[in-house]
Design a protein around this ligand. Structure first.
Ligand code: ACO
Length: 156
């Protein structure tokens, strides 16, 4: 599939299947995903009728929203779709009246941290031991253990 084919980003309709295989790329715990989905809105990126990306927005305050999950189908990563999703998330949140958008990621997610900073997010906090406290199994990424969660925020 070519990136030149049009990509449409839209909210997932209530009667559509939840794209768990994509959501699980960003968050290995289905229990954690199911804990935030009921209060969130799921947005999907669609290309030629196929869902190729996802992001999830959860309100965390009257003027603050968090991207709880963002993922692109493995075969299509590294082609700019993640950037497109993040930019769409910012525009959507701003249009809904939010003032800040936040994203949390593991200390080991170096590529993602780079991407978020490139997109205007700044590190605003650290949840020490977030992954070791909340996930039953140890998670490793790039050979490094996920321990702490970095919180990055962008003003809208
Ligand atoms: N390693 C190195 N660099 C990366 C990585 C990575 N894992 N991910 C993104 N980048 C960099 C790219 O090199 C690129 O930089 P450049 O423009 O200077 O070349 C930039 O970030 C943008 O990359 P995109 O092509 O737009 O990113 P992509 O389409 O791959 O989407 C995403 C990024 C969503 C992180 C995707 O790689 C993915 O689905 N990964 C697995 C799931 C995941 O880790 N999700 C985030 C977890 S945190 C959360 O969900 C809140």
């Amino acid at each position: 599939m070519e990136l030149s084919q049009e990509i449409v980003i839209r909210p997932l309709a209530k009667d559509e299947e939840i794209p768990y295989p994509l959501l699980l790329l960003a968050d290995p715990s289905k229990a954690m995903i199911d804990s935030y989905l009921p209060s969130s809105t799921i947005y999907v990126a669609e290309q030629e009728g196929k869902i190729i990306g996802v992001y999830v927005l959860l309100p965390i305050g009257p003027k603050a929203v968090e991207v709880k999950n963002i993922a692109v189908a493995e075969a299509l990563q590294g082609q700019g779709i993640g950037k497109l999703l993040l930019s769409h998330a910012g525009h959507t949140a701003k249009a809904k009246g939010y003032r800040t958008i936040t994203i949390g990621t593991a200390n080991s997610s170096v590529g993602q941290i780079y991407l978020y900073q490139q997109q205007g997010f700044e590190i605003t906090g650290v949840k020490v031991n977030y992954f070791t406290d909340n996930y039953p199994e140890p998670i490793y990424e790039n050979g490094e253990k996920c321990v702490d969660q970095l919180i990055l925020t962008r003003k809208l």
